[in-house]
Each structure stands twice: as structure tokens, then as C-alpha cells.
Design a protein around this ligand. Sequence first.
Ligand code: ZN
Length: 324
Amino acid sequence: MIKRFFAIFSAVIVCVGLFGIFGLCGCDMISADLTDGKLRVVTTIFPAYDFAREIFGETADVVLLLKPGTESHSYDPSARDIVRIDGCDLFIYNGGESDAWVENVLKSTENVSALRMMDAVEVIEEDHENIAEAEHEDDKHDSHEDEEYDEHIWTSPKNAALIAESVKEAAIRLAPENKTLYEDSANKLISQINDLDKRFSELLAGEERYFIFGDRFPLLYFFKEYGLKFYAAFPGCGSETEPSAQTIAFLTEKLSEDDSVKTVFCIELSNRKLAETLAAENGLSVTEFHTCHNISADDFAAGESYVSLMERNFCSLEKILGQE
Ligand SMILES: [Zn+2]
């Protein structure tokens, strides 16, 4: 991936060079985004995009690099993406193993003001105990100081509020003349998130039942926040979703041990194969838990937000936990 990155980056340098010489460029991929005097904010993943668009409002054009509907762990920056980062006023990224490419880009771009979401919260280590296939996929990871830390920080609403707070601070640093506007929009967003947190706390207080994920599990922060117990097939990151026989046996055993479990969870944009197989074999339903890692093209077009997707999770949990 590193090699590919440098190949793309060299191509961009050549293109930018030509652009400088000829003053125009036939190469559409690097055409500058027109912003009408607005700030330009570039984000890697959906929660960053959503919080930035809420807080900046009309004062910025906010770009989401990860295309809606695509798998967040297989993202590779295109030449156009790198040019966008280089020319933006604020770049917001998460900072975990999926974003290992970011540091190379930031080293090569000048004076890009960047906000790393993982700096806004207290990070926790990856869980290997309750996840059937949690061995490290070492060949996939670039060495990175945070590879032992779970990157899916935003799944806890408390963290989401902290991230929104730091986006607000970055916005005010960037355009102090809009301070009141940014404070108002951030306070509105944060109070919606705090309200969700309060309702999740009430709904999940004292919950003793296990949650079984026949899928990847990028929800450690949410589950730790509310003290929930779980077993899952795959770790949160990584593209592996083909279960081994041991994983199927492990989860089947967990399901048969506990007849209070009514559903097998899957996550958004999943092939659902394992969850559906486990559910069918045990006479259970399948429930989607939206991790907000990325968003489907339909949800994106419908204007769904972090808050509305978490609201969807609240309704699913309320329904499942209400069953005897
Ligand atoms: Zn991930």
C-alpha cells in the first residue's frame, strides 16, 4: 500500500507541476473544488464529516473522502483526495489503523491544519477475549503507535460529544468571527448526543444478557460505556469476514448456552452471511447495529446523521430487549 501511495503521490506532484507551468490542467482529477469563499474542510470517515457539517453549517464545504456505501477499511486515497487534503483549511481524521496512510500525506503536505479525533478522547486497547477470530493480521498493518488501540472511538456517545467539542474548537480557531455560530451549532449537536447517551444509559442499565455479533465488532467503546457483555466473530477492523469452523462452533455454543438471546447482530454494509446462518440455525432474528463507521448511499442521500443512526440503534435495542 505504501508503494502505491508513493506512486499516486508522485503522479500528483507531476500534475501539480504541470498545472504550475501551464496555468491550466486538462487533468480533471486535480481540478480545484470551487468554494465561493467558504472554508474547505476534508474528513476521512462519516462521524467526522457529520460533526463538521453540523458545526460549520453554511460557512464551509465539507468533503467526505470515504465514499458512502464502501468498506471503510479498504480505503486508499486517490490523487484527487491528496490534492484536496493539501488545499483544505481543516483536515479531520480519526488516527487509528485505518488511517495509517494519513501521516505520510501530512508529512508531504505543507501547513495543513489537521484534527486527529483519537486525541480528543481516552483510547482503550483492542479486545481479544470475546472475539473468536481476534488474532493480529500483522501483514495488513503498517507499524503504527496506535495499532493496539481500538479506533472506533465515536461509537460511545460520550466520546462523540468530546469529538464534536474539539471540532468546534478547531472551527473557532479557523474563523474566530463565526464563534457564536459555531458555539450554537455545536451546543445543539452536543445536547442531542447527550440526550441519546442518557436514554441509552437508562435502557441498558443493569443489562446482564449477552449480545452476540455474527459479524465484525467495532463497538467496544459503546459496549464498555454501558457495561454490556458480548461475543463476536471478528475484530472491528480488518476485511476478514469468512468464519472458520471454530468461530461458528464458538458462537453456536454461546447461543445455545443462553436462551435469553433473541437476536444475532450484524453491522451496516455487511454481507450478513454469518449472522443469518447463526440466526436461522437457532430460530432467532437478525438485527443490524449501525456503527456509523460509514453510511450507505441511500442513508447518505436521505440526510441521515450520527444522531439519527444512533437513534435507529436505540429503537432496535429497545425492541429486542423488550422481548421476554
Ligand atoms: Zn474500523
